[in-house]
Design a protein around this ligand. Sequence first.
Ligand code: PGA
Length: 255
Amino acid sequence: MRKKIIAANWKMNMTVGETDAFLENFLLEVNDDLGVDVVIVPPFTSLAKAGERLANSSAVKLGAQNMAFQKNGAFTGEISAAMLRDLYVRYVVLGHSERRTLFGETDEIVNKKVKAAHEASLKPILCVGETLAERDANRVEEVLETQLRGSLAGLSSKELLETVIAYEPVWAIGTGRVATPEQAQAAHAFIRKTLAAIADQAVADKVRIQYGGSVKPDNAKTLLGQPDIDGALVGGASLDPRAFAEIVKAGVVTE
Ligand code: PGA
């Protein structure tokens, strides 16, 4: 069975002081290993503080929101994989729709970042998802397949197994308009089918696929109960330690 993975994507929110206060409260709620992988993804400026707070936590890991594919050099304003490793970062969100639409990241760029992350032993959380116009035009599968094939090109099976996919329909991000469990499950099943075509069924069966887009404490359980939904990438609701802890707990398998 695939272990659930719930990640908090804070985006451009939280100062160092706010990060410290959040984690102090959050760790009161989620202090021991619940059998769920939990990842906190703060802005770069809070990584060091979050790393200090999480140093003794076996349950909660650290993630970054982006990184450069270049190793080092004259790339003003960029952050490398080695710099992230240095701060005990384990996961890195790549190809988020905000990076794709606001910062011009193509599948080719995202692919380079995914490869660079693996080279540095960071686990990518690769985001894919369609816009509303693409959904209305019945192009969901075509868009997902193009993004997956482009962003995962050239990865070995071993690397694919160390990659998390996040299905984030763009129309559901930050809008309060969540995909129905049926819509999400259908997209996840299609992503898994595509992974089987890219690699093989055994690999596809093991890769974890998160859902992202207006996940809240009151819809998390139903979404996480779908057979191909293996976790959540949470934006807005992850800024509140109580709400995020509730979402994590919704991922605990009880049966
Ligand atoms: P949201 O964001 O939960 O605020 O919709 C999700 C994301 O962008 O990862």
